[in-house]
Design a protein around this ligand. Structure first.
Ligand SMILES: Cc1cc2nc3c(=O)[nH]c(=O)nc-3n(C[C@H](O)[C@H](O)[C@H](O)COP(=O)(O)OP(=O)(O)OC[C@H]3O[C@@H](n4cnc5c(N)ncnc54)[C@H](O)[C@@H]3O)c2cc1C
Ligand code: FES
Length: 292
């Protein structure tokens, strides 16, 4: 897998705007100064709220959902659910407020991988995949975009995602478990249907709940389709120091680890660090039977 070598920095970012994004989610645009390396799709940042704004001591990890150049830096977009201390405080920030941003962090989707890109999103997992679709569009590569959720209410920002895909020339396929929108069924069953109609080889990039990613990983491994999954772990530092975000390696992952000379901020033979080795992992690298 490609190692993204861009260095991370910690900067003070300015809130440009925030708005409702449907299904109880928010869209946040932050301006970071030009010294900040532009993130790649699948990478994340750590958002650090001022002590006056929140009781949250630790930063909160967030996938980058969009990145645009601005005269004095970059505009980063985030799609998030206000669910707890940190994200609720984030939701209360007005335009002009400042928030610390540490990043870009981790390894993103290897979008340069050959084959027809098939992006598979579950619920708010749509965030980094919209960014991936943008990057593929800029490289003049058309993608197939599968977006699934339990029901209509969990299809976060569907109308905007459709519009963005249409602009990029990608094709959107929607499904819901309850059949309230699109095809009725699970997104991995939709993947099976759509894949049968596509010109091989395929390459899958996915983000969503771990149960969905596990099913996508098994689907890709069984068919020899390279699959890259954006994982989440509870994180503290986001930089490999605290050892708090382990994911279990597969036997193949352990062998690969033994063969490589790895940076000290990666995990050990048994455990991969989600923040430095991920959050995007190739399906064969992890032991899916030990992932919840
Ligand atoms: C690499 C990465 C990318 C992420 N990208 C996004 C994103 O694009 N949009 C988004 O809405 N969220 C994203 N998350 C999850 C987000 O970081 C958590 O929802 C957030 O940290 C919760 O903080 P809080 O203070 O609001 O909640 P807390 O008060 O800390 O916790 C509230 C609840 O959320 C759970 N929680 C805390 N951290 C996580 C986590 N990392 N994953 C799952 N549940 C968690 C807690 O266990 C608890 O049940 C991402 C997480 C990671 C690791
Ligand atoms: S969050 Fe600290 S090591 Fe990954």
């Amino acid at each position: 897998m490609t190692v993204l070598t861009g260095a991370w920095t910690q900067v003070s970012a300015r809130v440009l705007r925030q708005r409702e994004h449907g299904a109880g989610h928010r869209w946040l645009d932050l301006e970071v100064p030009s010294g900040f390396d532009p993130p790649a799709a699948g990478q994340f940042v750590q958002l650090l709220l001022a002590a006056t704004a929140s009781a949250a001591l630790l930063p909160r990890p967030m996938s980058v959902a969009a990145c645009r150049r601005r005269p004095r830096g970059w505009e980063l977009g985030f799609l998030y659910a206000p669910i707890g201390t940190g994200t609720l405080a984030l939701a209360a920030l007005e335009a002009g407020a400042h928030v610390g941003v540490l990043g870009p962090l981790g390894r993103g989707f290897p979008l340069e991988s050959p084959g027809t890109p098939v992006l598979v999103a579950g619920g708010r997992g749509v965030a980094p995949l919209l960014f991936a679709a943008d990057a593929l569009g800029r490289a003049r590569r058309r993608c197939e975009f599968l977006f699934g959720a339990r029901g209509r209410a969990q299809l976060v920002g569907l109308a905007e995602a459709r519009a963005r895909l249409a602009r990029l020339g990608g094709r959107m396929h929607v499904c819901t478990d309850d059949g309230s929108v699109g095809w009725k069924g699970h997104v991995v069953a939709l993947l099976e249907r759509v894949a049968a109609r596509l010109e091989p080889p395929l390459v899958v990039h996915a983000c969503g709940p771990h149960a969905m990613l596990k099913a996508v990983a098994h689907w890709g491994l069984a068919r020899g389709v390279p699959s890259f999954l954006a994982m989440e772990s509870i994180m503290a530092c986001g930089t490999g120091v605290c050892r708090g975000c382990p994911l279990p390696r597969s036997a193949r992952g352990r062998t690969a680890f033994r063969r490589e000379i790895v940076p000290s901020l990666y995990g050990n033979e048994e455990w991969a660090m989600c923040c430095t080795e991920g959050p995007v992992f190739e399906a064969a690298a992890l032991d899916w039977d030990r992932i919840e």
